[in-house]
Design a protein around this ligand. Structure first.
Ligand SMILES: NC(=O)c1ccc[n+]([C@@H]2O[C@H](COP(=O)([O-])OP(=O)(O)OC[C@H]3O[C@@H](n4cnc5c(N)ncnc54)[C@H](O)[C@@H]3O)[C@@H](O)[C@H]2O)c1
Length: 310
């Protein structure tokens, strides 16, 4: 439980960031920096109205000019999906620039940094994914995330910055509306069913994902804030994976509808068939263990997205 602190959350108007704002806003002074690329004011509306949260509509690169002196900086403000980087390769250098500005600023202020990273960095490896695995060259998004992790470690060694990176697996939950086509498959399937359409699955549906509910990611981020000292990195997944077909069956049961997915024989180059976290290090060092079963997380989403036809 973090309280009475000054906190900056980059990407705090986005999906995961705004769930973190929900958890921290009541007992801390929270400043959100978000360039509103996929973020939405709506995600943090109640906190803005109550004056508990300040929103700075700027790029992370401007973090040095916003007049805050934070105890903690949660860095989630980076373009969040692989196709964005494939379409515009310069997004790679953009997030590296942002990270350098943020690490320099945090080193000067003595702020603790908690860095959002991704299970995508393991692409090309066989699950279960372990933190010490050798990372491969697979796509632009993962290169950007690997580079930012390495810079974090460099600032830790050179400048004494305390930074902890968390590799999120497949995160789903409330507040994904403004991510639109980049939202998690679970969320996109709920929207499709709400529209009366069949969810589209690329391939035969036997590919697997380690789906992790956003509430668990918020808890991993808060636990990471308690880590002192040099750079370290942790997985945040459940350690279990489900096929897309199994996920659709759970959705059908929970929504009480018969779902017939449309199977499309088209997969992206470097398509990832299976993901699953090894969570032993996160359990041992962070004390993190996902609390939400897939059924429970899905029920929360169905309730939240009820009637939304996005
Ligand atoms: N959702 C997942 O399954 C998942 C998995 C692995 C990693 N991540 C990472 O977690 C972080 C949050 O992702 P999310 O799912 O909440 O997506 P999101 O797109 O909702 O959140 C990203 C937020 O950052 C903002 N942003 C992007 N670039 C920025 C910049 N240069 N300056 C300021 N703000 C910027 C966006 O407007 C958005 O509000 C991202 O870094 C993402 O890559 C997410």
């Amino acid at each position: 439980m973090i309280s009475g602190k000054k906190i900056v959350i980059t990407g705090g108007a986005g999906f995961i960031g705004s769930n973190l704002v929900d958890s921290l806003a009541g007992s801390n002074e929270v400043t959100v920096i978000d360039n509103m690329h996929t973020g939405s004011k709506n995600n943090i509306k109640k906190h803005l109205e109550s004056g508990r949260v300040t929103l700075i509509d700027k790029d992370v690169k401007d973090i040095g000019n916003i007049g805050v002196d934070p105890d903690y900086i949660f860095h989630l403000g980076m373009y969040s999906s692989s196709p964005m980087y494939k379409d515009d390769n310069y997004k790679v250098s953009g997030i590296v620039d942002g990270a350098i500005s943020l690490f320099k600023f945090a080193s000067k202020k003595g702020s603790k940094v908690i860095l959002a990273s991704s299970s995508s960095v393991y692409n090309g490896n066989e699950p279960p994914y372990k933190e010490e695995m050798q990372l491969k060259v697979t796509d632009f998004y993962t290169e950007a995330r690997i580079y930012v992790e390495r810079l974090a470690e460099l600032y830790s060694r050179m400048e004494g910055l305390s930074v902890t990176a968390i590799r999120f697996f497949s995160v789903y939950g409330p507040h994904e509306e403004s991510k639109k086509q980049y939202a998690n498959l679970i969320t996109q399937f709920i929207w499709a069913i709400n529209r009366g359409e069949a969810p589209v699955i690329y391939g035969d549906g036997r590919q697997t994902r380690d789906f992790v509910y956003v509430g668990d990611i918020v808890s991993a981020l808060e636990k990471a804030a308690g880590i002192k000292g040099e750079y370290d990195v942790f997985n945040a997944g459940t350690g279990k994976s489900y096929t897309l077909n199994e996920m659709v069956s759970i959705l059908g049961r929970e929504m009480d509808v018969e779902i017939k997915p449309e199977y499309v024989d088209k997969k992206a180059k470097n398509y990832v068939e299976h993901t699953r976290a090894d969570i032993s290090k996160a359990e041992r060092v962070l004390g993190f263990k996902a609390e939400y079963t897939l059924e429970k997380g899905i029920r929360n989403c169905i309730e939240y997205y009820k009637g939304m036809k996005i």
